[in-house]
Write a protein that binds this ligand. Sequence first.
Ligand code: FES
Ligand SMILES: [Fe+2]
Length: 379
Amino acid sequence: MPDESLHLDVNEQIECAHTLASRFYIDPTILEIERSKIFRRTWQLVGTLQQACGEVNGIKRTIADAETFFTTELAGEPIVVVRDKHGMLRAFSNVCRHRAGPIAQGSGCKNVLRCGYHGWTYALDGRLIGTPDVEGVEFFDRSTMGMVPLRVETWEQFIFVNFDAQAEPLTAFLGNIPQQARGFQFEGLQSAERRNYVIECNWKVYVDNYLEGYHIPIAHPGLMREINYAEYRTETFRYYSQQFAPIRAMKSGDGERLYAPGPGLQEALYFWIFPNLMVNIYPDNVSTNLILPISQEKTLTVFEWFFHDAASSQSKERIRKAVEFSDEVQQEDIGLCESVQRGLRSATYDRGRYSVRRENGVHHFHMLLREFLERAAGV
Ligand code: FES
Ligand SMILES: [Fe+2]
C-alpha cells in the first residue's frame, strides 16, 4: 500500500521543485521511519581503527589488534565491533539471543564475550559457545543462536557498519572519494580532538544547512574572508556531494592564513556522504562531522579532528586554531538551525524554493531522502 504520509513531492528538476514540506522536520513519527529506512540502510560511521580497547600487560590496545572489541549505537540499536583472533574485523548486534541482555559492555580485549545478564558466552566470530544450565531445553540448537552479524567495511581508518544485507558496498557510497583523497596521507593520523554539540533542530535542518554555501556571505563573515565565494560550487554524485570552496587569493600583508595550501594536497576537499557524514580533508588534517538524531527536534553533531603527531607542541597550536575556527562557524550555524526549526513550526510556513545555482546540494539530498523513504514504503 502506498503510504501517502511519506510522499516527499519534491520535483526532480530543481528549477520546478519546492523544498521539503515542514512536516518532515517536525512530525515525530517521521524520525522512526527514517531510522529504519535511511539510517539502517546506509553505511554508518561507527568508529576508527584507533579506537581504544583497554590494555594488556600495560600495552594499550586498539581495535586494530586481535581479540579486541568496542560497543556503540547505530540508529538506536546497540552494536559491538570486534577483531577476532585471525585479525578479521566483524560487527554484530549487541543483543543477547537469550533474553535480549547486553552481550558486551564498553570496550576491551577478550577472546570471548559474556552476556552481562545470565552469562551466555559468544566467540568473537559470533558463535554461541557457552549456555549455563540449559540442560533439558528441547529443540535447542546453539549453532543457530549466534550473535546476529552485521556488515562492516572500512575506508582508511574509518569503520562503517550497515544493517542492510542488500545495501550496495561501501565503495559504491564513497564513489570517487578515495581516489580524490589519495594525495592525503591517512596513515598515522591520530584523533586530536572531539567535540559534541547538541542542537535544537531536526537532523535534516543541520544537513540542509551544511550542503549549501548560499548562507556564507550573510551568516559567516569570518569564513567569507577566507574563500572565493564567486567560485564556490557544489557537485553531486550518486550517494555523496562535494563542495568546492577555493581559497581567496593571498595578498601580500595578509599575514598567516588559516587555509594556506600545504605541500601535499593543494586544496581542501569537503565531502558529504548520504545521509549524515561530512568528511573534510585539509592539506594537514582530516575532520569528520557525524550528525545523529536524538529526537525529531534535537540533534547531536560529533566533530572529530585527526592530525599527524597530534601530541607535538607544533601540532597543538595548529589543532587549537583549526578547532577554534570551526567552532566559530559552528556556533553561527547552530543559531541559524535553531531559528529555522522554530520557523518550520510556524503556521505561516510550509515550503519554499531552491536557488538553482547555490542549493543543488540540498536538492540532491532531498532526492536521496525521497528515494529511500518512498522506495521502502512502496510509493
Ligand atoms: S540475556 Fe544474555 S544470557 Fe540471558
Ligand atoms: Fe554554515
